[in-house]
Every structure is written in structure tokens, then in C-alpha cells.
Design a protein around this ligand. Sequence first.
Ligand code: DQA
Length: 141
Amino acid sequence: MRILIINGPNINMLGIREPDIYGKNTYADLCGMIEAHAAERGIEVKLFQSNHEGSIVDEIQAAYGKFDGIVINPAAYTHTSIAILDALKSVGIPAVEVHISDVTAREDFRQISYAGMACEKSFVGLGFDGYIKGIEYLINK
Ligand code: DQA
């Protein structure tokens, strides 16, 4: 099984950005945790992070026929990007959405998730564990 993990803008700033909201662990820590879990479960993962909406669309398109599932945290693009929503719908790969923070308890502008409309499940407010929960959902599906 091959799972693509996509992270959007500023997720590479974990550990530095707003630690009271996102915690003190870094993006490298997140990648290490996901890779260790994938090794334990005997699956392949590709980790992709970009600050650019079009690059995320390109990565989703390129996943067609190559990946069995997508775990995506589109970060701020969650709340703005119909292009990412359409890309997920275009490839039809089972996808789950992850947010480190509990977006449901935050600002009004974070209450809409376009990408989430193409996802089977959302894991929010669970910190880094949300990615593991997302991977497990796709494995067990
Ligand atoms: C986030 C929540 C988004 O609203 C925010 O723009 C992010 C991170 C999260 O993981 O909690 O960059 O997706």
C-alpha cells in the first residue's frame, strides 16, 4: 500500500510557528514519526510539503494510478482552495483531511474546509496523532 502525505503552507515552520497552537515539535519530527509508523505497518509513504497551491495540485494529479490513499493537511488552503478540492475529486483517490489544531474551535474563516468536501474523514485537533489516525483509516478501509 502506498500513501501520499501532503502538507500545505507553513507546516514546514512547525516548532517555530505559534507553538501554543501547533506545539513545539518540528516538521522533521512529524516526518520521522510518520516514517516510523509506516515502517511498523509495512506500508510505503511519500511526504510532500509545499507553500504553493499549484504545486499541491500538481502533486495530487501526479498521484493518480500511483497511490492508494492521500492524507492531506492543506493548511490555510483548506479554507480557500477550490483548486485543491477539484484535484482531489479529479483523481478519486481515497483521501482524509488532517488539522493539527482544532479548527472547529478557531476563527470563523477556518470553519469552511473545501478540501474536506473531497475527503472521507477529518481528524482535527489531535496534534500529530491525526496523521497516524488518517493513515490507519486508509489502511483499514
Ligand atoms: C492547520 C489549520 C489551518 O487553519 C491553518 O491555516 C494551518 C494549519 C492545522 O493543521 O491545524 O496552517 O491546517
